[in-house]
Design a protein around this ligand. Structure first.
Ligand code: NAD
Length: 293
């Protein structure tokens, strides 16, 4: 099976390396030549969009958002112009489910199947090949490509038809943002009331309030380490997609809207490139107190 992958950023690069480790024949493309060179050094072949479209059985993308996905796949020299009927496109980027459905419709008219397959888990899980994939699309196409996705992920779950993968990812991003805010708010309360947040964490992490978010983000907040990880700018993109989707299906998102404004405040304050655990900085500012050490 010949595989093409476009988008070799923080996530795409280690994912490409895991595809190669599993023995697939891989062609790659990215605007950033250094990223392409690094993956070529591991055994991939650099290729144009046209070459990827013409020669690959399955084309993968790992791009920032919907506009880039539409440009790469459907633009003037878009990959889909060169793909044969019967081939498959799998988008692993986190985009709006509405855009995923739009792209799938254009591809279906050319006889090309599509899965939307965004991931959860950041760069370390991309490196270890332990990402969680949330997939939308036909069962038969999912079954055909589950093994390919499994070489990058520990969990690969089909959530429904096309768009369901990104809907699931939006739900994930809403939960994560609100969770980090809850954690920050609670730890500010503890600190201002005179209890060490580290001891609060130690006492409650095994109880009902404990979570993967708490385990991953509290140590960062406590150490004031906001190196990404997952950038606030990317989380803003996901919440914008969640709000668009929510408005279009009539699902109110009051807490997501509040989180969006907290993120916007942080971005205006120059923190857009910080890890999303930097939500704690917003609380430190309004509380006039440092949460961590
Ligand atoms: P990134 O910005 O590091 O990488 C994107 C890559 O796409 C870049 O290398 C860029 O050069 C390339 N690119 C952009 N336009 C292109 C084009 N027209 N042609 C070819 N290449 C192009 O982003 P990332 O962190 O790897 O994230 C990718 C996706 O995965 C996003 O949708 C993000 O929300 C999602 N995601 C990221 C993380 C994370 O922790 N970073 C975790 C889960 C999901």
């Amino acid at each position: 099976m010949k595989v093409g992958l476009i988008g070799l950023g923080i996530m795409g690069k280690p994912m490409a390396k895991n595809i190669l480790k599993s023995g697939y024949d891989l062609c790659v493309n990215d605007l950033n030549k250094a990223n392409v060179d690094e993956v070529v050094a591991c055994g991939a072949k650099a290729a144009s969009s046209e070459e990827i479209g013409r020669t690959c059985d399955v084309v993968l993308t790992m791009l920032p958002n919907g506009p880039q996905v539409k440009q790469v796949m459907l633009g003037e020299n878009g990959v889909s112009n060169f793909m044969k009927a019967g081939t498959t496109y799998i988008d692993m980027s986190s985009i709006s489910p509405l855009v995923a459905k739009e792209v799938a419709e254009v591809l279906a008219a050319k006889g090309i199947d599509m899965l939307d397959a965004p991931v959860s888990g950041g760069e370390p899980m991309a490196i270890n090949g332990t990402l969680s994939f949330m997939v939308g699309g036909k069962q038969q196409i999912f079954d055909k490509y589950k093994a390919l996705l499994s070489c990058m992920g520990a969990s690969v779950v089909r959530c429904g038809d096309i768009g369901a993968g990104n809907t699931t990812k939006l739900a994930n991003q809403v939960i994560v943002a609100i969770n980090i805010a809850g954690l920050s708010e609670a730890m500010l309360l503890a600190k201002k009331a005179g209890v060490d947040p580290q001891l609060v964490f130690d006492a409650i992490k095994g109880g009902l309030a404990g979570s993967n978010v708490m385990n991953a983000k509290f140590p960062m907040i406590n150490e004031h380490n906001y190196k990404p990880g997952f950038r606030i700018d990317l989380h803003i993109k996901d919440l914008a997609n969640a709000l668009d989707c929510g408005h279009s299906v009539g699902s109110p998102l009051p807490l997501t809207a509040l989180m969006m404004e907290i993120f916007q405040t942080l971005r205006a304050d120059g923190c857009g490139s910080d890890d999303h655990s930097g939500i704690a900085k917003y609380y430190e500012k309004i509380g006039g107190t440092q949460i961590g050490k």
